[in-house]
Design a protein around this ligand. Structure first.
Ligand code: PRP
Length: 220
């Protein structure tokens, strides 16, 4: 048998929505995957040719881009932020819907952005943030955070943040308002391009299985 495929799955919100799709695509992780106390990071599945690793969303893209995992599931925010040429994102899984937005305290939101030439933004998405402001003729200085961006304005780190917004509850709880939507986000199936060519007999049927799983789910 050839080496098993490694499938990278993100921790966090996408996971719960991804599991039924994985099941429809014929992949069921071993029981330990669901055990919150388990410290394991790599799991067997019902398919002897597929194992699963559970990592942070940004790391899903890194593992797959480097070919350490051949296939994975990750938000389009991460795909766009990294813009890795090695990543192929053939299927929009239509789960994990949210948006990447600019948020600020109400008083900052009333400022005239056009009058500014330079903007400081706390974000996990420096590339997308710079691109967004560049297109508006503004230079964005990004302060990179890995979470809890919503704290930045009240603590004087930056007036603005760029972060994912789903229900808006986190912004509200931290006294921020959403002022612009940079992009809508949903989860994608991603595949390493080189692996897709070299192991197409293994990977093409898997990509097809996900396409079908999405269709079957949406038709139900
Ligand atoms: C995300 C995001 C926001 C929050 C938005 O964080 O970074 O903080 O969800 O969701 P809401 O609009 O429904 O409140 P998440 O909880 O996924 O954790 P993270 O900070 O580790 O990314």
């Amino acid at each position: 048998m050839t080496r098993p495929l490694t499938f990278a799955i993100p921790k966090g919100r996408i996971l719960n929505e991804a599991l039924p799709l994985l099941a429809k695509a014929g992949i069921e992780p071993e029981a330990e995957f669901h055990d919150k106390k388990s410290r394991a990071l790599r799991f067997a599945t019902n398919r002897p040719d597929i194992s699963i690793i559970r990592v942070r969303a940004f790391d899903v893209a890194t593992f797959v881009a480097h070919g350490a995992a051949q296939i994975g599931i990750v938000g389009s925010d991460v795909v766009e932020e990294f813009d890795y040429s090695e990543l192929y994102a053939p299927v929009d899984l239509d789960i994990g819907h949210c948006r990447l937005s600019v948020a600020e305290p109400q008083d900052a939101a009333d400022e005239d952005e056009a009058a500014l030439s330079h903007i400081r933004v706390a974000t996990k998405y420096p590339q997308l943030t710079r691109k967004y402001y560049e297109a508006r003729g503004l230079q964005a200085e990004c302060v990179k955070l890995n979470g809890a961006m919503e704290l930045a304005p009240s603590l004087g780190l930056s007036r603005r943040i760029v972060d994912l917004v789903s229900s808006g509850a986190t912004l509200k709880a931290n006294g921020l308002v959403e002022t612009s939507i940079i992009m809508p986000v949903s989860a994608r199936l991603i595949v390493n391009r080189a692996a897709y060519k070299m192991r197409s007999a293994d990977l093409s049927p898997l990509v097809e299985a996900f396409r079908n799983a999405v269709e079957v789910r949406d038709a139900a």
